[in-house]
Structures are given as C-alpha cells and as structure tokens.
Write a protein that binds this ligand. Structure first.
Ligand code: MN
Ligand code: ZN
Length: 338
C-alpha cells in the first residue's frame, strides 16, 4: 500500500509499505479516506517539532471506514465511518493514573512517535475509533480532530461565561478555538495580523478583533476590559514573543494557555506571573474529547462546514506541503484524500 513518509526533516517521500493485518482481538482495520495536514505535521516536515522521531509516516487527523474487525470487537462493523484518536497512552504512569493519558509519560502519538494516517490502511484498537455523524463528509470530518484540540484548551483554561478570552492567532487552530469558546458565553477577543482572518472571526462570533500589525495589543486589551486585561489567554500563534505578551495582557488571577512546540528559548519574568498569580498551563493534544466534539455536531451546536479550503490526493502530498509552505492567504485546512 502507499504511504507518505518523512524520511528526515525536509524530505518527504511516497513509499510502498506492507498493508497492516489484524493481530489483536480488539483491533480494527481501517481504510483511510481523508487525513488533514496540521501545523504540527508541517513542523515534523520542517524539523521543528521536538517530539517527532524519523523516519515517520505522519498524519494524526485520520478519517476512514472500517474494513475488517478482530474477533473481540463488539462496537464496530465493516462499513462504519470513523475518526481515530491519535493518543496512545500506557495506562499506568502518574499522568495516566490521574486520567491525563494525553500527557502519558510513555506517550506515543500516531503520526509523531509511531506511524500515523498518511497511508491507505491503519490497524488500531476499537476503543480509539469514534463513529462519525452521517451529516459530515469524510473531508469535513477531519476537522473533528482540531476541534478536540480546541475543546482541550478551553477545558484546561476552565473557560466560563464570566471570562474575557483573548485568542492570539486566528489560523485553523485559533478559529476552531473561537467556535468552541463561544459556546461558553465568554466575551471573546481575537488578535491576528491578517485582516481577512479577523473579519472571519467576527463572522464566527468574536466580540472584538485586534489587528496587531496596526494596533497595540496591550493598549486595546486595556480599553476593551476597563483596564483589567483578559482573564484567559490562549496562544494559538506560538511565536517568539507571544508567551510574555500574553502574560502581560492577562489580568490578575488569569490563566495563560500555551499550545506551541517550539524549543527556542523565550524570555519571561517571574514578576508578571507572581504579582498576578497567573496560571500558565500547557494544553497538549486532547484527552478523550472526540465524543464531546461529535456530540456538539450532532446537537447542531457546532458547524464544521467551510473550514477545509483545499484537498490533494495522497500521492500529491509533496505538492500539498509546498502549498502549505507558500502561506497562500486562501489556506485554511488542507486535507489529503485517498
Ligand atoms: Mn491536528
Ligand atoms: Zn501513561
């Protein structure tokens, strides 16, 4: 079967590999239908994702159809459309015992530490599969994974109605966080440097937007919050100075959520954290949030249509990655199809 492997940073290859077979009772064999390209996939390709090991078949936004099931599988049958959880945890370390398998001490993420979904077939345990609503196409269903990431960040932030949330960055991640965050009833400010994306954010329920290529973020945040600052900031931009910036514009007793994977040093100071008793919390991947995301879609509270901007067949992954690298302003979610 065909697969896309990142041989080493900067080198992407269409390879031929053995089709997986079901070796465990609880496994299902999935024929892949669509796989999203995430910022973190670009990071693995570029060599800037500190978690990745090479060579690697990447891809962690995996939508497919069940082709075959192991003898112990009860909840799935051939023909079922599913999305696959990317998190593989050990179940016995401290984090796992605390119910936080997404930061398992022996974490293996599909498409990062172990092979992921840019291949025609994948075999996974049935418990890692979630049934898709019929209303969603295979390509649109890919967006459930970024949605789980957004749910995780809002959950880590303890976001609620009385909060003033600042989302820094309005790419796919930031705009997905916006769609989830608005369900909390919080007041939401979105900051970015691309005016078109800010206009979209307003259409998608942002209360205020700040174009930080023209306006001073700290000054505007003070104006919008009566001087207090945000009570929650989520860093969906993850640039060199974004962490300190968010600490500065977040008010007393606020929470600052990081989502980046860069290992480049960034300057912060203790005063900004201590004086305001800020909670700086990481939000990594997602912790069993797939069903929650699917339920929001089923209930009609979340609409994922229109987020996928481009599709490429698996064989043209190089073209897709080059296109992602082009930073073309029309890029939202790019999906590989099978
Ligand atoms: Mn992703
Ligand atoms: Zn563990």
């Amino acid at each position: 079967m065909k697969a896309i492997q990142i041989i080493k940073p900067g080198e992407l290859k269409l390879i031929d590999m053995d089709k997986p077979v079901i070796t465990k009772k609880d496994n299902v064999l999935i024929k892949m239908k669509a796989a999203g390209i995430c910022g973190s996939d670009m990071g693995i390709y570029r060599g800037t994702n500190a978690a990745a090991t090479y060579p690697r078949v990447i891809g962690h936004e995996m939508v497919g159809v069940v082709e075959e099931v192991g003898e112990g599988v009860a909840s799935l049958k051939p023909g079922d459309r599913v999305i696959v959880d990317q998190v593989v945890s050990c179940g016995h370390c401290y984090a796992c015992r605390k119910g936080r398998g997404n930061v398992c001490g022996n974490l293996q993420v599909r498409g990062v530490h172990i092979d992921g979904g840019y291949r025609e077939y994948i075999a996974v345990p049935e418990q890692d599969c979630y049934l898709l609503p019929d209303t969603l196409s295979d390509v649109e269903a890919v967006m459930i994974e970024p949605t789980t990431i957004a749910i995780q960040s809002c959950s880590r932030a303890g976001l609620c109605e009385e909060d003033v949330l600042l989302i820094l960055g309005c790419g796919v991640l930031g705009s997905t966080i916006l769609k989830i965050a608005r369900l909390s009833g919080a007041k939401i400010v979105v900051a970015d440097i691309v005016q078109d994306k800010l206009e979209e954010a307003l259409d998608n329920g942002a209360d205020y937007v700040i174009n930080i290529s023209k306006e001073d973020l700290a000054e505007r945040m003070r104006e919008l919050t009566g001087g207090y600052g945000a009570t929650v900031s989520i860093d969906a931009a993850c640039t060199k100075d974004s962490l300190l910036t968010l600490m500065e514009v977040t008010g007393n007793a606020g929470r600052v959520i990081t989502m980046g994977f860069s290992v480049a040093p960034t300057e912060v100071n203790q005063f900004v954290i201590t004086s305001k008793e800020l909670d700086v919390r990481g939000s990594r991947l997602q912790n069993k949030k797939f069903q929650a995301a699917i339920d929001l879609i089923r209930e009609g509270r979340l609409d994922l249509s229109g987020t996928v901007s481009h599709t490429f067949p698996l064989e043209k992954a190089q073209e897709a990655f080059d296109f992602m690298n082009s930073k073309d302003p029309s890029i939202r979610k790019v999906v590989l199809t099978f």
